[in-house]
Every structure is written in C-alpha cells, then in structure tokens.
Write a protein that binds this ligand. Structure first.
Ligand code: COA
Length: 209
C-alpha cells in the first residue's frame, strides 16, 4: 500500500474519490457536503491531499481545508474504500495528513467535528482533545459546511454552541500527551450517546446510528 501526498498524476482518481464519498454519505444517511471531482482536483493540485493506492487501485483519501487566515486547519473528506476498511488504513492516512499539515502550517490549530467513533479514536491518538465548539474557528466558511447535515436544526437551536458532533482540537502550543487524561474511546462513545439523548428529538433518535 502506497500512502503519499497527491500530485498531478493522481488527478485521474478525482472521479472515483468523489463517487466513493457520495456513496458512503448515502449509506450513512448523513447530509455530508458533496465533494465534486473538480474540488478534489484543486486540493490535489495545491498539494493539500493525501491518497492511498493499492497498486493502481484507489484505497483511501483525505484533504486539508484552511480557515481563519491559516490559523485553523481541518482534515476533511476522509474516505477509505469499502475493500480496505478495518485494516488500519484510515489511521495511516490521518497520520500522514496530520504530519503534512504540521509541516505546511506549523502554527495552525488542527481540528475536526465528527460523530464517527473511528475518527474520534484516531484523533485522540494523534493528540487531539475534545473541546466545545467555542474553541473552534468562527470562520463562517467552515460552519457553512454543516448546512447540508441532517442535524443542522440542532446546531441552530443551540446557537452553534453544540451539536451531535464532537469537536476535537490539536493545539500546537499545548502539545501535551493527552493519553494521561481521563479521555478514552469509551468516554468518547458515552459522550456521543449522552448528546443524542439530550439534543435529538424522539423521532430523530430512532434513526441515528
Ligand atoms: C470511517 C473510516 C474512514 C474508517 O476507516 P478504516 O480504515 O476502516 O479505519 P481504521 O481501520 O484505521 O480504524 C481506526 C480505529 O477505528 C475503529 N473503527 C473503524 N471503523 C469503525 C466503525 N465503523 N465504528 C467504530 N469504530 C471503528 C477501528 O477498530 C480502529 O480502532 P482501534 O485503533 O482501537 O483498533 C471508513 O469506515 C470510511 O471511509 N467510512 C465512510 C466515510 C466516513 O465515515 N468518513 C469519516 C467522516 S468524519
């Protein structure tokens, strides 16, 4: 398996990456924003994407988004092709994109918001901490991405203070070893359940995974 910073020669994979992201969003029933082949191509050309290939076959992808004048960085569009899941590939891709971001944007805080336990686990291992949304960027461009999510009403109801997603932040200024803290994937999983109980209406709870 080859996991590299994507370059011009990988532009030919933009279609399959976009299709795989769409397909998985459909299966999960989340309203994740569409990543068009053109958008993915721009990320590749700008050196802001990581691709995993098994020979010539597409296996995984992730790219960097920049907000608040390069003060915040987000790793977005993480996708592992169905044939390669549960083998540690997402962890390798996220580690590569994390190291690439730190080199390219050394002063930026790196953050993400997610309901996915796999991503929470990986972020935790990379040194991210769970934080409230107030610690994340206030760049409207970032929050615009939530508009297509099925839970957007929750974010609106709470004046953007919280939602079903957990915010996680890596602050290069406070690069402590968070494994010494009480957070672990069990805690993160419980946090997710509590939020669902508190924030979702009865009818929504039945539909959420
Ligand atoms: C989420 C996704 C990227 C995970 O990819 P993957 O290569 O299977 O993940 P890994 O094998 O690296 O697993 C990382 C950790 O998460 C766990 N994990 C993987 N899939 C999981 C799942 N569906 N639910 C809970 N935990 C999961 C693994 O057991 C592993 O934990 P460990 O370190 O304790 O062993 C992949 O399933 C995917 O592409 N899904 C669709 C798109 C998506 O959800 N993207 C994330 C948007 S935030």
């Amino acid at each position: 398996m080859e996991i590299v910073i994507a370059t011009h020669k990988h532009i030919k994979y933009a279609n399959i990456i976009s299709e795989t992201i769409d397909k998985s969003a459909e299966q999960r029933g989340t309203g994740i924003a569409k990543r068009t082949p053109d958008y993915i191509e721009t990320k590749i050309i700008n050196g802001n994407a990581i691709i995993a290939l098994d020979g010539n076959d597409f296996a995984g992808f992730c790219y960097i988004e920049i907000f608040s004048n390069k003060n915040y960085v987000v790793h977005s569009g993480l996708i592992v092709h169905e044939n390669y899941r549960k083998q540690g590939l997402a962890k390798k891709i996220k580690t590569k994109v994390f190291n690439h971001s730190k080199k390219r944007y050394p002063d930026a805080k790196i953050f993400g918001i997610t309901t996915g336990l796999a991503v929470m686990k990986i972020n935790y291992e990379l040194g991210y901490k769970p934080v409230t949304f107030s610690e994340l960027t206030d760049d409207p461009e970032f929050w615009k991405g939530c508009k297509t999510c099925t839970n957007y009403d929750v974010l609106q109801r709470t004046q953007k203070k919280m939602c079903l997603c957990t915010g996680m932040l890596y602050n290069p200024e406070h690069n402590e070893n968070i494994k010494e803290h009480a957070y672990n994937s069990k805690t993160l999983s419980r946090l997710k359940r509590i939020k669902q109980v508190l924030l979702l209406k009865k009818s929504d709870k039945r539909n959420i995974k």
